[in-house]
Design a protein around this ligand. Structure first.
Ligand code: Z5A
Length: 216
């Protein structure tokens, strides 16, 4: 496993589940506990990655990548972010908090589109992604997730998928969380924002307490 000085924490999960809102809370909490924090997002987080993000999420009629092209664009964005931002920051001891990472690929491209775990790992092998120390998965029924996205308007290409797709994605998150229960925690994102923030606090606090006592 990749040895790093800093902690790598990922917020992942369903569309409209509040990750963008909660990542700011997570960042504040980690800073209040004395950690220096770098936040990033996927796809994106670098100049090249942000260009790739535009191609990936463009509305359906503008750009329609094949499943292979979608996978390659996502992996290209991840490679750039991992090697030029995440690894250097972790090596310097920063806590890196990412809005989505590899688990999104297992859920959306794996469970959603039907790519096998082996195929995703083959692409990932070339990228050398980092195993997060902790992933918080923001869980939301697919219907509610779609309602929140619709209320915001202008759905992007992936947001325009149907209910079946998002139900498969959600099952993917559940399966992965069950398999990796020591590193992946489900957060009930159907509650109001302050209840979700409290759940984020509890999950991070519990994790940091264990992490710091292991260092003593
Ligand atoms: N993707 C992929 O397919 N494969 C991969 O490997 C990776 C990504 C890395 C990224 O788009 C897309 O890329 C994503 C998966 C795919 N697409 N889909 N579908 P994105 O970054 O635009 O999507 P996102 O990460 O899901 O962001 P989001 O849609 O903005 O959702 P969010 O960050 O989780 O939630 P939010 O922006 O904080 O809140 C969304 C709305 O809900 C907003 O109006 C809030 O006011 C509201 N909200 C938030 N929390 C609550 C609560 N608790 N109650 C009620 N309303 C709330």
């Amino acid at each position: 496993m990749y040895e790093r000085k800093g902690l790598f924490i990922v917020l992942d999960g369903m569309e409209g589940s509040g990750k963008t809102t909660q990542i700011k809370i997570a960042e504040k909490l980690m800073r209040s506990w004395g950690y220096e924090v770098v936040t990033v997002r996927e796809p994106g987080g670098t100049e090249l990655g942000e260009q790739l993000r535009k191609l990936l999420l463009a509305a359906p009629l503008e750009v329609r990548p094949t499943p292979v092209a979608e996978m390659l664009l996502l992996q290209a964005s991840r490679s750039q972010l991992t090697d030029t931002v995440i690894k250097p920051a972790l090596n310097e001891g920063y806590c890196v908090i990412s809005d989505r990472y590899t688990l999104s690929t297992y859920a959306y491209q794996g469970s959603g589109r039907g790519w096998s775990v082996a195929a995703i790992k083959t692409f990932g092998y070339l990228v050398h992604p980092i195993t997060p120390d902790l992933t918080l998965v923001f869980d939301l029924p697919a219907q509610l997730s779609m309602q929140r996205v619709a209320a915001r308007g202008n759905p992007d290409r992936i947001e325009s998928e149907g209910l079946d797709f998002f139900e498969r994605v959600r099952r993917g998150y559940h399966d992965y969380a069950a398999q990796q229960s020591s590193r992946v925690k489900l957060i009930d994102a159907s509650k109001d924002a302050s209840a979700v923030s409290k759940a984020v606090y509890r999950a991070l606090h519990g994790f940091i307490r264990k992490y710091e006592s292991a260092l003593e």
